[in-house]
Design a protein around this ligand. Structure first.
Ligand SMILES: NC(=O)C1=CN([C@@H]2O[C@H](COP(=O)(O)OP(=O)(O)OC[C@H]3O[C@@H](n4cnc5c(N)ncnc54)[C@H](OP(=O)(O)O)[C@@H]3O)[C@@H](O)[C@H]2O)C=CC1
Ligand SMILES: CC(C)(CO)C(=O)C(=O)O
Length: 326
């Protein structure tokens, strides 16, 4: 079973190293100094939870054409990096290739096989010009919610902080063979990969946090523990989440917890600087469209007012534009 992890930075590097350690036939697509370091020395994975530090030999490439057709292509790029590389990914894709979308935010395939009047709706915020919808085809897609926290601390070195769950789910909720096979391969690599019948519910619980905590942290430079407990910013996060809840419930989602519990969960993570704050500090493009703009777009689609989301989106977009990152 051939697996390619496309965009093997923090998350893809973690997953790729675990699969390689377990003897899977896995290759990683990366670029720049990170690619050069992995080619020269292998991928060093430091796992804080277990205290392990191991350098894993990995097959890496910049050009997908070197790798040929795959059974699974796991996309772990930042959301905005995917549409421009759909063309470059084509050599990896054959008749039976499954594309796993391991990207935060509202996935571009959200309305595929959802049923009802919105079936097939495309999302301009995450898939401008329908690049993924037409270039991958939604029938190839297996959804994934990424829970681990990891970072590339220097080229060729990934630090895994916590978490090992990659929930998988078919757009139609079925327990397909392709989902089961990938789940087994990930489990053999020591990762949790349950196949969920209602992945969209899980997408929204994760998205609640990214939608609100990430832009608020980028605007205030506060860590999660602070922004989730400060009465002012907690109120802003809460208002954004409640708007998102109305949208999601109109789309059939059932939340297993309430917003206050989700905010408490964020606070419990501790003095974490969200990925959006890290991107701002490091001068990297920010995932604003996938995490915030997409929910605003869903608000428009479902006829739901989103005043708090609109306000925070306007502020964080301008913050990013002023920094040249959006
Ligand atoms: N990191 C985390 O803890 C978590 C991340 N996520 C989500 O997972 C997804 C991936 O995030 P993360 O792993 O942090 O991101 P990273 O930026 O660490 O990884 C993406 C990698 O893809 C590379 N890349 C970008 N474009 C190309 C290209 N055209 N060809 C080859 N390589 C390319 C990047 O290189 P370069 O650096 O040169 O741009 C980078 O190494 C995001 O949606 C994120 O929100 C979800 C949960 C937690
Ligand atoms: C903050 C957190 C843990 C949830 O919003 C996250 O996923 C991120 O940093 O992007």
């Amino acid at each position: 079973m051939k697996i390619c992890v496309f965009g093997a930075g923090a998350i893809g590097g973690y997953m790729g190293a675990k699969l390689a350690q377990a003897g899977a036939e896995v290759s990683l697509v990366a670029r720049g100094p990170h690619l050069a370091a992995m080619k020269a020395r292998g991928l060093r994975l430091i796992e804080e939870e277990t205290g392990t530090d191991e350098t894993v030999p990995v097959r890496v490439a910049e050009d997908a054409a070197e790798l040929g057709e795959q059974d699974y292509v796991i996309v772990t790029l930042k959301a905005h990096s995917v549409p421009p590389v759909v063309g470059k990914m084509q050599p990896l894709i054959g008749e039976g290739t499954t594309i796993v979308s391991g990207v935060n935010g509202v996935p571009w395939w959200y309305f595929h096989k959802i049923g009802g009047p919105l079936e097939g709706t495309r999302l301009a915020s995450v898939d401008p010009g329908d690049a993924q919808w037409t270039g991958f085809g939604p029938d190839r897609v297996l959804g994934c919610v990424v829970y681990p926290a990891a970072e590339v601390i220097e080229p060729g070195v990934v630090r895994h902080i916590e978490g090992n769950r990659f929930s998988l789910g078919e757009p139609d909720g079925s327990k397909s063979e392709r989902a089961t096979r990938l789940s087994q391969a990930l489990a053999a690599a020591g990762l949790k990969a349950p196949v969920r019948p209602k992945l969209r519910d899980e997408i929204w619980v994760k998205l609640w946090g990214n939608l609100s905590f990430n832009p608020i942290s980028a605007l205030t430079h506060a860590t999660l523990d602070v922004l989730c407990t400060d009465p002012g910013t907690r109120g802003v996060a809460r208002a954004m989440m409640l708007e998102a809840q109305v949208i999601a419930e109109k789309l059939g989602v059932k939340f297993p917890i309430d917003v206050d519990r989700r905010i408490e969960g964020g606070a419990a993570v501790g003095a974490h600087r969200t990925s959006m704050l890290q991107d701002l500090d490091l001068g990297r493009p920010m995932e604003i469209d996938a995490l915030v703009g997409s929910v605003q777009e869903l608000g428009r689609i479902t006829g739901t007012p989103t005043p708090a989301i609109d306000t925070v989106l306007a502020l964080v977009s301008l913050r990013a534009r002023v920094a040249g990152l959006y």
